[in-house]
Design a protein around this ligand. Sequence first.
Ligand SMILES: NC(=O)c1ccc[n+]([C@@H]2O[C@H](COP(=O)([O-])OP(=O)(O)OC[C@H]3O[C@@H](n4cnc5c(N)ncnc54)[C@H](O)[C@@H]3O)[C@@H](O)[C@H]2O)c1
Length: 389
Amino acid sequence: MFTKNSIVGVIGSGAMGSGIAQVAATASHKVIVYDNNKDSLIKAEGNLKTSLQKLVAKEKITAEQQATVISNISFVNTLNDLAKCDLVIEAIVENLQIKKTVFSELEKLVSESCVLASNTSSLSITSIAAACSKPNRVIGIHFFNPATIMPLVEIIPGIATEENITTSCQALISSWGKVTVIAKDTPGFIVNRVARPFYSEALRIYEEGIADMATIDWAMKEIAGFKMGPFELMDMIGHDVNYVVTETVWTQMYFDPKFKPALTQKRLLEAGFLGKKSGKGFYNYAPDAKLPEPKKDVEIGKSIVKRILFMLINEAADTLYLKVATREDIDLAMTKGVNYPKGLLKWADELGVNLIVQELTALKGFYEEDRYRISPLLKQNFIMKKTFY
Ligand SMILES: NC(=O)c1ccc[n+]([C@@H]2O[C@H](COP(=O)([O-])OP(=O)(O)OC[C@H]3O[C@@H](n4cnc5c(N)ncnc54)[C@H](O)[C@@H]3O)[C@@H](O)[C@H]2O)c1
């Protein structure tokens, strides 16, 4: 369906749209980037040049390749300019109504065969597609930030998406050098669903006073092998993004207590303490500020790791149980999308289901909260002495 000559349109020239455009142009496509904000287009063009210049300086690309990528991308300020595209990837503001309006305008301009994709992190592809008269050509193509660096792309067919659209999009994005996984159109898809306990269980441990933030971060890095601790990662992502994703997943899951956001994080958002970008979040990033020291107690560290890791495994198991994705794609998504040291289902097999079920049963028994309910798939594996692989 797609070839190197396929023209790719990108709507939105912000953080994601400009990254996606660069990826597609590097893969030799002609790319047309549209934004309704002229300043954003100017900024995106400047950023693209700076980013490519850095790659030339690091000898990752040649000056010739740099020139080709630049000449492959054009920046436009009318939607009509996308008429000749074969694929359009929308990366505008995360607002269902606005996205629906853009999709319904777009489908009237492009050819019958053009595929319309959304890079949404949390909205339903099916509901975006419902704004179109041909929802069978609408799909989710979800890149991770920064799109030029993160290898993972989730491909999300909506309920009406034709199978050949899904396979063609997967083949195309893989040909761009990305690792693709297929996810069912459910809140948070794979990564933004399975990763929730990394933040929420860490927040809960902190709220209960079991350990401070620095100790929790230390345990998850030093003992479990994660690249960043939950609190430093939330601060890096920004609470305006991370909290909002949690709240959106929780709301869309009909307020399932498993996904309930933490008040501690909400207060930070209310205060405007957004994390690194605002200079203050869980930690203080002022140049003269001293970061708190962790209490390096290995026993406490191990119990923190067990609780957070087993809740992550529980969510990965439930994601598999509910057929959101295959076990391979769930593991691939977490290692390639958010740099987890291991796939969670593989990790579960290494640790043994008995230990995980025992620990989760203890949490459920103690707190008597539905938040700690065990995935039926973990229970099945426990009873039948089965592994995920
Ligand atoms: N930032 C992330 O970490 C991340 C990761 C994955 C997916 N996403 C998703 O990607 C999308 C874009 O996110 P972002 O971080 O790049 O946002 P951004 O705010 O950096 O950029 C959005 C751009 O869209 C433009 N825009 C808004 N409304 C428009 C309209 N009606 N028509 C044309 N242009 C319009 C804005 O001018 C802006 O340039 C969102 O759906 C978001 O959920 C974001």
